[in-house]
Design a protein. Structure first.
Length: 155
């Protein structure tokens, strides 16, 4: 799957292609990993990428799931995954151990989403701009002279 094709499809279309067999979840995940590698060095939106974990999940997913094969990034605050630590974009939690999946994460897994990584957020999601001291600011993709706003700036 080429990056422009990936970028043109929303989650519903991607899952329809995976469920029908037109695309494999592995192809879709590789496109997502490529997209992150291409734009994240400029934007600093993604703070954790687990390419191998995403590839493994893509190989073993249930193709009949409603959102089968859709790559997904998780906000790094307030949501826990058994695979990765949640730091709340705070240096205080830099060495935090992963906790069991939050209920929403269990539901996302059941729906077929493939977790690729975690996104930047203000420290403790407690500001209206994404400029945490721990991970640095996330830039706005439409105007690189300003930062992304809100607690979901990396998303």
């Amino acid at each position: 799957m080429k990056l422009p094709e990936y970028a043109a499809l929303d989650a519903v279309a991607l899952s329809e292609h995976v469920r029908s067999g037109d695309l494999s979840a592995a192809e879709v995940v590789e496109a997502a990993i490529e997209a992150i590698a291409k734009i994240n060095p400029v934007l600093n939106a993604v703070t954790l990428v687990d390419a191998e974990g995403a590839r493994s999940s893509a190989r073993s997913l249930d193709r009949s799931a409603r959102l089968a094969g859709v790559p997904f990034l998780i906000k790094d605050t307030g949501i826990h995954t058994a695979d990765w630590p949640t730091t709340h974009s705070s240096a205080y939690f830099r060495d935090a151990a992963p906790k069991p999946d939050s209920e929403i994460v269990r539901r996302w897994r059941t729906a077929g989403l493939v977790f690729v990584g975690k996104t930047n957020t203000p420290e403790y999601a407690n500001d209206f701009v994404t400029e945490p001291a721990f991970r640095g600011p996330t830039l706005n993709p439409w105007n690189l002279t300003i930062t992304a706003g809100g607690s979901s700036g990396g998303a």
